[in-house]
Design a protein around this ligand. Structure first.
Ligand code: ADP
Ligand code: MG
Length: 337
């Protein structure tokens, strides 16, 4: 199965920029540590190449592992004069940190690093060690001043939870400026659907089973982002077989164990959906539902460890669970009774 996937993947990459259906152009490439697949209806190879170039330029600004990115300079020197894109992503990300009550915290990097989620040499930290790192996590200490961005010396920023969403929004804007109204941008599972397919029907987005293989349902999407976060994506196991996921709870400095397997967020903006999917995963079922009820700019699907699939009311007519979906479907209503 793995080999087949690799074969298919290399085939997709090999095909690179090509036409899938008449009038449709596509380009696949690796960036921001993931596979990206851009499909546009209308436009040409040069436009696709400019989208790839912009993605790479944003990665060069935001990457926490590239020595000279603006984020690395900020983390090393404690200050940086941000470019327009860095300023924009940080301001929007900070607003989501605030809105999620700190469940999203872009200053979580010291803890991520210590657990080995950047770099790959994983280790399980003790609760005391994790707590010490949690104490170094506080997005409120990242401030914009006249001199630029300032961050205390022992803190560090990571934009892993929001970079792909922000990038999707930037690419969508470039497409609109180029007069393209139909496209499907897949930035490593961060989907942005513009307009419709060639036949005028909405794009169909498959939802992966967070606990197994295959697709558990399909969502119709049009002019919106669909972003899923889950611990299954990047995780490691200790000697006893216990799994640790790459989404950390800023309150404890440990992988979030909120009872959720995955969170899918649907909304107008890529960055909003990206940031919120991570935040809701940390918050867990109750917290996620409370935040959804207090908001009007997103819908969501939560898959819980105890086998439930909770679908927010606004998606009930356009999410179609698959025949073999193993989860028990429940609709979450706006009003509790
Ligand atoms: P993915 O990047 O796999 O699509 P997410 O959007 O959920 O998944 O982002 C997870 C990434 O965000 C982690 O790899 C890490 O870089 C960072 N991160 C983990 N926990 C948090 C958190 N609580 N707040 C902000 N960023 C986080
Ligand atoms: Mg995210």
């Amino acid at each position: 199965m793995k080999r087949l996937c690799l074969l298919l993947l290399s085939l997709t990459l090999f095909l690179g920029a090509c036409e899938r259906v008449p009038g449709e152009q596509s380009l696949s490439f690796f960036a921001m540590d993931t596979y990206m697949d851009l499909r546009i209806i209308g436009g040409d190879a040069a436009l696709l190449a400019s989208l790839k170039e912009k993605t790479e330029a944003l990665e060069a600004l935001f990457s926490v592992t590239r020595e000279n990115s603006e984020i690395s300079v900020l983390n090393r020197d404690g200050h940086v004069i941000p470019s327009e894109d860095t300023e924009a992503i940080l301001k929007k990300a900070l607003a989501l940190c605030e809105r999620s009550g700190g469940a999203l915290d872009i200053t979580i990097y010291p803890a991520l690093l210590a657990w080995g989620f950047t770099g790959g040499s994983f280790q399980v930290l003790s609760p005391a060690e994790s707590q010490e790192l949690a104490a170094k996590t506080d997005y409120k200490k990242l401030v914009f001043t006249e001199k630029g961005l300032e961050l205390p010396g022992d803190m560090a920023v990571d934009l892993g939870a929001v970079a792909k969403g922000y990038t999707a929004d930037v690419l969508a804007r470039m497409l609109q400026e180029a007069g393209i109204q139909q496209a499907l941008l897949d930035l490593g599972g961060n989907i942005l659907a513009l307009g419709t397919k060639t036949d005028g029907s909405p794009w169909q987005i498959g939802l992966r089973d967070p606990a197994g293989e295959g697709i558990i349902g399909r969502l119709s999407a049009r002019d919106e982002a669909v972003v899923t976060s889950g611990s299954y994506e990047r995780s490691f196991q200790d000697a006893a077989g216990r799994r640790y996921g790459h989404i950390l709870d800023p309150a404890t400095g440990r992988p979030a164990e909120s009872g959720l397997l995955s969170v899918t967020v649907v909304g107008r903006e890529g960055l909003l959906c990206d940031g919120l999917s991570t935040a809701l995963f940390v918050l867990g079922e109750e917290g996620a539902i409370a935040l959804w009820r207090a908001s009007s700019d997103f819908e969501m699907i939560l898959i819980s460890e105890d086998g439930k699939m909770l679908i927010s009311e606004g998606l009930q007519d356009r999410f179609q669970p698959g025949e073999n979906c193993p989860y028990e479907k429940q609709i979450i209503k706006r009003n509790e009774n």
